[in-house]
Design a protein around this ligand. Structure first.
Ligand code: 3H9
Length: 697
């Protein structure tokens, strides 16, 4: 039919094969080819039935995300699904891989669905701020019932073939040769005298409308108040499947889909989907070759070291952990074991995997035992001299091709690399705590890091299922530099008149799960205090310094771990209570600085925070610390709780418009010139009529 849809006739069966690698996304060519192929089969007197299948690793994983936002091109996906459903000859969909979104909708429109035993099906549209828009919300409830359909569409989860069969989402499972089994079924259906009921006319799943409506009501009242736009629309569509004739339900779904597609939330979520994948594309991959990493040495058995060890063990690697004394080693190994035991008892891993992971773990007090590791990661406390000593020890024992990684959050990796003979083997692998849960990995490329070592960092990230982002060397890399600007902005706001509790509430209303002062309490106020003290000697005297945080620390109020920080924490309770004594300290500091408190609206707080993050992001781009704006978004979403549906700070800049951001910064610059001075990059982009998106490539 065309280069991505193949049409052949075999024993009276029209075999239509989609071949649009890597995931057979349903772009224009595929849709066009499919319509032509179905029509050709219907017009061919020798064809009794149609087999719809795909080549490569999966049946289509959905509509082509990259086409969203471009002018629509007919035929649309709903047209293709309707053509399949209205085919005069039965269509068997033989599905495999990850049959998702529009791909699953194609299958639902067919007259019979047979899945390879390893198939996963699902509707991940919700993760893109969308809903299934090619009949999925109307056809699935007709087959499997309201609740299973709603669960699948609302959660975006993938379910396996066995589950799908039980819920009537598919009709059969093929153990192996899917093509042959599919052909056999097509032949059988082609010989039937009576036509098969099309999905649109089926009611198998809709036998209990009263309880079904109850479920709908329940679901609506259970909707989380998290600012997400699409879940309510999904409920409306599934409800329409119950209440309306098929054609009207389909029209309603289309309207809802268009609303979602045009929403800022969906634009932001689609941006993040693409950004996450783009982040793995870095220049070093063009020349670098990844080295094999099978054995990993970890220096330090604290929370971070233990989390990293779990990540490596989970990916099937051998882990050696070194500590400075027997007691610390025992503690480190016990931490790892506790996490692995938790994974076993929660069913995340099997007994066999748990046993294998423990067998792959060992501890030592002797650096000589690291002679065979492919990669050593230091994860000790943040102290330059201590880390340099670790590197010197590693330098003495590691193989020439072994990689030395540091998990430092702030220290200068170029300086650290000078302590070893082979600086080209030195890299930063900045995990986020807890390392076995957080998805982000900043891969920090120092001045002399070789492309092979960078390529290894990215390959490693893939095998341990992390999202890697390339960063250059600077104090705090990408994430902590922006977080520092975030901290400064909210401290200024509080010193100028807002309470930490108002700031927290405003940022939660923006979409963060925790406000910044809650995060400070969680991380420990003493850590930032120590950093402030270290930086005191080199701080620009013209820079504004907010002192209430120091005053709180001077009382030994270090946050959650001490039961008192900006909030008071009762034993065993995670959520802190507001504390008037904290407000008194802030009021006293304002007086001492001669600051007349003023009122802030929540929007003003959000705008200032965003302006600070965007400006710091622009500086990072200017300094070439970050490769592209979308990388910054990925870091802030996966490492710092920036709401995914807002797309990240740099996407927010584009959504708000650079003129708006620039004018905010200009106004704020009058208050505090050093901090708020707009990055030159913002002006340059504006001059060329561009947004940050133009730099994403
Ligand atoms: C939809 O269907 C709407 C309809 O209901 C209604 C329409 C009217 N489009 O993730 P990977 C690319 S909405 C375009 O690294 P994995 C991806 O960018 C859609 N491209 O592989 C990457 O490209 P590159 C609903 C896509 O094995 C490459 O494929 N469906 C699409 O880790 C490999 O991807 C979804 O939301 C796409 N739909 O995971 C499914 N999908 O190499 C989204 C992938 O240039 N996709 N690409 O960077 C996924 O969840 C995963 O990609 C999948 C494979 C599980 C399929």
């Amino acid at each position: 039919m065309n280069s991505v849809v193949k049409y052949t006739v075999r024993d009276g069966i029209a075999v239509i094969t989609i071949n649009n690698q890597p995931v057979n996304a349903l772009g224009f060519d595929v849709r066009d080819g499919l319509i032509n192929a179905i029509n050709a089969a219907n017009n061919n007197g020798d064809v009794s039935a149609i087999l719809l299948r795909a080549q490569g690793r999966t049946f289509p994983a959905g509509a082509d995300i990259k086409e969203f936002g471009l002018p629509p091109r007919a035929p649309s996906l709903p047209d293709v699904c309707n053509t399949i459903e209205n085919s005069s000859k039965p269509v068997v969909a033989a599905i495999h891989g990850t049959t998702l979104g529009g791909g699953f909708e194609l299958a639902l429109a067919a007259h019979y669905r047979i899945a390879h035993k390893d198939t996963k099906v699902g509707f991940p549209e919700v993760n893109l701020g969308l809903l299934p828009g090619a009949g999925g919300t109307q056809r699935l409830p007709r087959l499997s019932g309201g609740l299973p359909a709603l669960n699948l569409i609302m959660t975006g989860k993938q379910v396996n073939a066995q589950f799908a069969l039980k819920r009537n989402m598919i009709d059969a499972i093929s153990e192996d040769n899917l093509l042959m089994v599919g052909l056999k079924m097509a032949l059988k259906l082609g010989q039937r005298k009576t036509p098969i009921t099309a999905t649109k006319d089926r009611r198998d799943g809709m036998q209990d409308p009263v309880s079904y409506q109850k479920v709908m009501r329940m679901r609506r009242s259970e909707l989380p108040d998290d600012g997400m736009f699409v879940p309510g629309k999904i409920i409306d569509c599934v409800e329409a499947a119950l209440l309306l004739p098929f054609e009207s339900g389909l029209a309603f779904e289309r309207e809802m889909f268009e609303d979602c597609l045009a929403s800022e939330q969906s634009k932001a979520l689609r941006h993040v989907f693409i950004a996450e994948r783009k982040a793995a594309k870095i220049p070093e991959l063009e020349t670098g070759t990844a080295r094999d990493v099978k054995t990993v040495g970890i220096v330090g058995g604290g929370l971070m070291g233990a989390g990293i060890a779990v990540v490596m063990l989970t990916a099937g690697m051998t882990v050696k952990m070194i500590e400075r004394d027997q007691e610390s080693l025992h503690l480190g190994l016990s931490r790892i074991k506790a996490i692995l035991d938790g994974n076993l008892s929660s069913g995340r891993i099997t007994k066999g995997a748990h046993e294998a992971q423990l067998n792959h773990l060992s501890g030592t007090l002797d650096y000589n035992d690291f002679a065979d590791v492919d990669l050593a990661i230091e994860a000790i406390f943040e102290d330059k001299t201590a880390k340099e000593n670790v590197f010197k020890n590693l330098n003495n024992v590691l193989r020439d091709d072994a990689i030395l990684a540091t998990n430092t959050s702030y220290l200068d990796i170029d300086e650290l690399a000078q302590t070893v003979d082979r600086p080209e083997n030195v890299i930063g692998l900045h995990f986020f705590s807890p390392a076995h849960i957080m998805k982000l990995l900043e891969v920090v490329v120092a001045g002399k890091t070789s492309p092979d070592v960078v390529a290894t960092g990215f390959a490693l990230a893939k095998s341990i299922r992390k999202i890697p982002v390339r960063a250059g060397v600077t104090d705090g890399f990408i994430g902590n530099r922006i977080f520092k600007a975030y901290r400064a902005a909210v401290e200024f706001i509080v010193e100028d008149g807002a309470s930490p509790y108002q700031v927290d509430a405003a940022m939660r209303a923006f979409g963060f799960k925790l406000g910044p002062f809650q995060v400070f309490d969680l991380a420990g106020l003493d850590i930032a205090w120590a950093q402030r003290k270290r930086a005191a000697a080199t701080r620009d005297p013209k820079a504004r310094y907010v002192s209430f945080a120091d005053k709180i620390c001077e009382k030994n109020w270090f946050g959650r771990k001490t039961g008192q920080g900006y909030y008071t924490y009762e034993k065993g309770v995670q959520i802190g209570k507001e504390d008037p004594r904290v407000l008194e300290i802030i009021v006293a500091e304002r007086k001492a600085q001669n600051i007349q408190p003023r009122a802030f609206t929540d929007k003003e707080i959000q705008d200032r925070v965003l302006a600070a993050m965007i400006n710091e992001g622009a500086r990072l781009l200017d300094e070439k610390i970050a490769l592209r704006p979308s990388d910054i978004d990925v870091v802030m979403i996966h490492g710092y709780g920036f709401p995914r549906w807002r797309g990240g700070p740099m996407k927010q800049a584009d959504i708000r418009g650079l003129i708006y951001v620039q004018s905010k910064l200009r106004a704020l610059e009058k208050e505090e010139p050093l901090f708020w001075k707009p990055s030159g990059l913002i002006g340059d982009l504006m001059k060329n009529g561009k947004g940050f998106d133009a730099l994403n490539g």
